[in-house]
Ligand binder design. Structure first.
Ligand SMILES: Cc1cc2nc3c(=O)[nH]c(=O)nc-3n(C[C@H](O)[C@H](O)[C@H](O)COP(=O)(O)O)c2cc1C
Length: 195
C-alpha cells in the first residue's frame, strides 16, 4: 500500500449503520480482532477483551438495544434533524441488521491510570475499524450500550462483581448496505505548534 493509498483509506472511513445480511466468515473476524490486538497499550498490558455476538444471541441483543434508545432519545431529539433522528432510532432498533456485534471491555488495574487503560482499548478499537475497511466491511463504534451497562454485562455473562472489567463500547460489523457522506472534519484550531 502506498502512502497516498493509506491516507485515502483513512479519509474514506465513515460509520456504517446499514448492513447486508451476508454472514462474516470466522477467519475474517479473527483477522480483524488480531489487527485490533496489534495496538499499543499502556505498559503493554494488552488489557482488551472482546465479546463477539452473532446469530440468535445477536437477535436477543436487539431487545436490549431498544432499551438503550430510551435513555438517549430525548437528547438526540433536541440535537438532530427529524430525518436523522428517525434514522438513528431505526439503527438502535435493528443495529442496521449488522450480523456481528463486538463488545469491547477494558481490564483495569490499580497499577495503571484509568485513562491509560481505557485509552489502550480505544486504540485497539480504531485498529478494528480500519481492519474492517481493508476487509471491505463497514462498522460503527457505539457508546450507546453504556446506557444499559448492567444489562449488557448480564447478557454477556460478565461477572457483575468483576468491577475491573469495564464495558467501553460495542462495534457493529457487516457488509455495508449504504455509502454515507463523509461527516465534515474540523481541523481549524485543533493543533498548537510550539518550537
Ligand atoms: C466512542 C464512540 C461512541 C460512539 N457512539 C455511537 C453510538 O452510540 N451510536 C451511533 O450511531 N454512532 C456512534 N458513534 C459514531 C459517531 O457518531 C461517528 O464516528 C461520528 O459522527 C463521525 O462520523 P464518521 O464515523 O462517519 O466519520 C460513536 C463513535 C465513537 C468514537
Amino acid at each position: 500500500m502506498t502512502k497516498d493509498e493509506f491516507y485515502k483509506l483513512l479519509e474514506s472511513r465513515t460509520s456504517i449503520r446499514k448492513y447486508k445480511s451476508d454472514e462474516i466468515p470466522k477467519e475474517t473476524l479473527q483477522r480483524i480482532l488480531n489487527a485490533a490486538m496489534q495496538a499499543p497499550s499502556g505498559k503493554n498490558r494488552q488489557n482488551w477483551h472482546f465479546f463477539v455476538v452473532q446469530g440468535e444471541k445477536r437477535q436477543q441483543y436487539l431487545k436490549l438495544s431498544q432499551k438503550s434508545w430510551l435513555g438517549i432519545k430525548d437528547v438526540l431529539q433536541k440535537k438532530l434533524k427529524p430525518s436523522l433522528y428517525e434514522f438513528t432510532e431505526r439503527f438502535f432498533f435493528t443495529l442496521g441488521d449488522a450480523p456481528v456485534i463486538i463488545f469491547c471491555f477494558s481490564e483495569n488495574s490499580p497499577e495503571e491510570r484509568h485513562y491509560t487503560s481505557i485509552g489502550s482499548v480505544y486504540m485497539a478499537v480504531e485498529n478494528l475499524n480500519l481492519a474492517c475497511l481493508v476487509e471491505g466491511l463497514g462498522c460503527c463504534t457505539m457508546g450507546a450500550p453504556l446506557e444499559i451497562q448492567e444489562d449488557v454485562r448480564t447478557f454477556l455473562g460478565v461477572d457483575s462483581q468483576n468491577k475491573d472489567l469495564e464495558l467501553l463500547c460495542a462495534v457493529t460489523v457487516g457488509v455495508p448496505d449504504h455509502q454515507p457522506p463523509k461527516a465534515p472534519r474540523q481541523t481549524e484550531g485543533r493543533i498548537t505548534w510550539l518550537k
